[in-house]
Design a protein around this ligand. Structure first.
Ligand SMILES: *[C@@H]1O[C@H](CO)[C@@H](O)[C@H](O)[C@H]1NC(C)=O
Length: 157
């Protein structure tokens, strides 16, 4: 006969698992919320952001968004998408982001200094937009960022 596990212990275990799952869902929803705030900010005549449904448990199935195996957003690919508007500070909440590709659009306004919080950023491509102002100093502290010189040259043609 199999040893009996007290049912109260099973209950505690189940509650713990549920709690963990809820925590994970909340974390990825926070990234979904940040991306949805970007969608609200942008004008999107070609409908490239149509799949960005904030009622889904996380943004990992949205077009142009890539997650890692832990459902954390690591890429945003919106190059050549004909979107306009300002970038906004919300993207700084995607703390695991490695690739932020926003080149060849009609983005205007300044580059948010908050993007300096993206410690994992490897590539930031903003060229061929209508951005104004300077490259925020906060970005120069991002040691992992590899392609900023390229972006820099192309922001101010
Ligand atoms: C981009 O959007 C504008 C409307 O804002 C539209 O007139 C134009 O045809 C679009 N360009 C492309 C390449 O889809």
């Amino acid at each position: 006969m199999a040893p009996r596990v007290p049912s109260s212990l099973l209950l505690v275990g189940a509650a713990l698992l549920l709690g963990l799952a809820a925590g994970a869902a909340r974390a990825s929803n926070e990234e979904g919320d940040a991306l949805y705030a970007l969608r609200m900010r942008l004008s999107d005549p070609n409908g490239v952001l149509q799949s960005w449904d904030p009622t889904l448990v996380n943004p990992c199935t949205w077009f142009h968004v890539t997650c890692d195996s832990a459902s954390r957003v690591v890429r945003l690919d919106l190059g050549n998408s004909n979107v306009s508007g300002s970038i906004g500070p919300e993207l700084s909440r995607l703390v695991n982001l490695q690739y932020l590709e926003l080149y060849r659009n009609n983005l205007n306004g300044e580059i948010p200094k908050e993007l300096g919080k993206l410690k994992n950023l490897i590539s930031l491509d903003l060229y061929a937009n209508k951005l104004t102002g300077r490259i925020p100093k906060s970005l120069s502290k991002l040691s992992s960022l590899r392609f900023i010189p390229n972006s820099y040259m192309n922001i101010f043609p």
